[in-house]
Design a binder for this molecule. Structure first.
Ligand SMILES: [Zn+2]
Length: 90
């Protein structure tokens, strides 16, 4: 078998593990349509990376947003407690 295209990449058929050109529409041996991992992988990785990144930054933003809320609640609780406690113990 002579490879005519210099840029063609041979990939393993996911069905029969035969060498299939990535430009081939289907496996010449079993007819399976190649999954094309060479072109599919960067998309999958970047998609996964993006989802993980947004989830990570979402958590960071959430924790930063939670800090002032906690301070406000703690301060309010301390003030309320400081006012109410002497009144309750009078
Ligand atoms: Zn095959």
């Amino acid at each position: 078998m002579i490879e005519t295209k210099g840029i063609a990449v041979l990939i393993d058929c996911y069905e029969c593990q035969a060498k299939v050109s990535d430009s081939a529409a289907s496996c010449p041996k079993c007819g399976a349509i190649p999954a094309d991992p060479i072109r599919a992988l960067p998309v999958e990785v970047s998609d996964l990376d993006m989802r993980f990144g947004s989830m990570f930054w979402g958590l960071i933003k959430l924790s930063f947003a939670a800090v002032p809320a906690v301070i406000v609640i703690y301060t309010a609780w301390t003030i309320i407690g400081g006012v109410l406690n002497p009144m309750l113990h009078m």
